[in-house]
Design a binder for this molecule. Structure first.
Ligand SMILES: O=C(O)CC1=CCC(=O)O1
Length: 96
C-alpha cells in the first residue's frame, strides 16, 4: 500500500549541535536502508524548506506508523500522510 508522506523537520535551536548532527546522521542511515529494501520508494527535498516528500510502500497504516515513529528525527517532525491508490491512466505497473 502506497502513502504520500510529507515530513517537516523542526529541530529546536537549543538542541546541542553534536546531538543534532548525530540524529541527522542516524536518520540518513535509516532512510538509505529503507530505500534499499524498497519500503521508501521516493525521497525528495521540498525546495526552500527543511522538509521532504516521500512515497512509502508498506502493508498498511500500522506498518507506516511503526516505521515513521522509529525514525530518529520523528520527535522533531510534523508529518502529513495521504493514502494513494492506482490512477487508471498510470502506465506504471508498480503503481499500487
Ligand atoms: O532531511 C529530511 O528531510 C529528514 C529526513 C528524512 C530522511 C532523511 O534522510 O532525512
Amino acid at each position: 500500500m502506497l502513502f504520500h508522506v510529507e515530513m517537516e523537520v523542526r529541530i529546536p535551536h537549543d538542541l546541542p549541535t553534536e546531538r543534532t548532527d548525530a540524529l541527522k546522521q542516524a536518520e540518513r542511515i535509516r532512510a538509505m536502508e529503507l530505500q534499499r529494501t524498497g519500503v521508501w520508494r521516493h525521497l525528495w527535498r521540498v525546495a526552500g524548506r527543511y522538509a521532504n516528500v516521500s512515497v512509502l510502500d508498506v502493508s498498511g497504516p500500522q506498518e507506516l506508523h511503526d516505521m515513521l515513529s522509529s525514525l530518529p528525527l520523528f520527535p522533531f517532525m510534523e508529518i502529513r500522510v495521504t493514502p494513494l491508490c492506482r490512477h487508471p491512466s498510470s502506465i506504471h505497473d508498480d503503481d499500487r
